[in-house]
Design a protein around this ligand. Structure first.
Ligand code: ATP
Ligand code: MN
Ligand code: MN
Length: 304
């Protein structure tokens, strides 16, 4: 479904039939955000998040008692799982546990009911698990990296993608960094996508070693930005656009316009509290052409 269209105020808020138990449970105690508050957030922004979370395998960060208690990543079902959270066999993992996915707002609210505070989809849909329909460059700042440096890094990734005929969109992570996301027409497989992303990250690190690293070693990150290309592998995930984050502040990962980046205070500027109003007020969704902009990886670079 295209993401553009009328502002949310013109549309009725969609309703879910999933019952929340303990709706007043504080998921973000310091921010006063409850389970009900998170469900209301997702109902308000449903049409924005739907294309990124429906019919894809999901990894969930669950914190059933809120962000100050135990949290765990979960890729498979649990006892008593709501029927709105679907279980889908992984054809490459015969005998393994099924993948999790949702189809509708009931699925999303069932995730909230289960204490899911972060939603991490695959970069490929259930209908085509072997061919990613997006690339993600996760820019992770080392100690001492300022916002201007993050913004410059994101633009440098964009410039390289655009030079290859690809589109680059950007979102805040809701944590410390930025995610540059490229919609792909699903022609290439995972090995080629990962090889392409690695080549790009390695080239940036080779040309500006004082600014960028492309290896995950934490010690090398001081003052530098890690261009984390490793999200681009089968079964790897990155947090979904518009997903909440299980961190103090109740921030969300938010698509932003390239021109907007300099004005932001940081990657956690948008939150469950201010996100819906931002989305309702904007005349244009910076990611509204996401699917329209999808082209295949350049053929010359498709070999893994
Ligand atoms: P930040 O901007 O603070 O880096 P982030 O969401 O990019 O926020 P990262 O630590 O860079 O956080 O992780 C990138 C992605 O890798 C996560 O969004 C998640 O999908 C995946 N990931 C990280 N840790 C785990 C884990 N323990 N298990 C599964 N997936 C993980
Ligand atoms: Mn990151
Ligand atoms: Mn990372």
């Amino acid at each position: 479904e295209p993401m553009g269209g009328k502002p949310m105020a013109d549309r009725p808020m969609p309703a879910s039939t999933v019952t929340l138990t303990h709706p007043d449970r504080l998921y973000w105690p310091e921010d006063g955000v409850t389970k009900q508050g998170l469900a209301d957030y997702y109902a308000q922004i449903w049409r924005f998040i739907a294309p990124f979370v429906v019919a894809r395998p999901l990894a969930l960060l669950r914190c059933p008692d809120g962000i100050t208690e135990a949290c765990f990543f979960q890729k498979h079902a649990w006892r008593g799982i709501n029927k709105a959270i679907r279980q889908v066999p992984d054809p490459k993992d015969k005998g393994g546990e099924p993948l999790l996915s949702i189809r509708d707002l009931d699925g999303l609210i069932a995730l909230v009911q289960a204490g899911t505070l972060e939603i991490h989809p695959w970069g490929a849909p259930l209908g085509g698990l072997e061919k990613p329909d997006m690339l993600i460059f996760d820019l992770d700042p080392g100690d001492g990296v300022g916002w201007a440096q993050m913004v410059a890094a994101a633009r440098a990734v964009r410039d390289r993608l655009e030079a290859d005929g690809l589109t680059a969109l950007v979102k805040t992570s809701g944590g410390k960094g930025l995610h540059v996301v490229t919609p792909l027409a699903p022609k290439a497989g995972w090995p080629a996508a990962k090889a392409y992303a690695k080549t790009l990250a390695d080239a940036m690190a080779a040309e500006q070693p004082e600014d960028f690293v492309s290896v995950a070693t934490k010690a090398k990150r001081n003052g530098r930005i890690f261009i984390d290309y490793l999200r681009n592998a089968r079964g790897a995930t990155a947090v979904a656009p518009y997903s909440s984050r299980a961190r103090p502040g109740a921030a969300v990962s938010m698509p932003v316009a390239w021109e907007e980046l300099d004005r932001l205070a940081g990657a956690a500027q948008f939150t469950i509290a201010n996100g819906p109003a931002r989305l309702a007020e904007r005349s244009a969704d910076p990611w509204e052409d996401f699917r329209v902009a999808a082209v295949p990886l350049p053929a010359s670079k498709r070999k893994p």
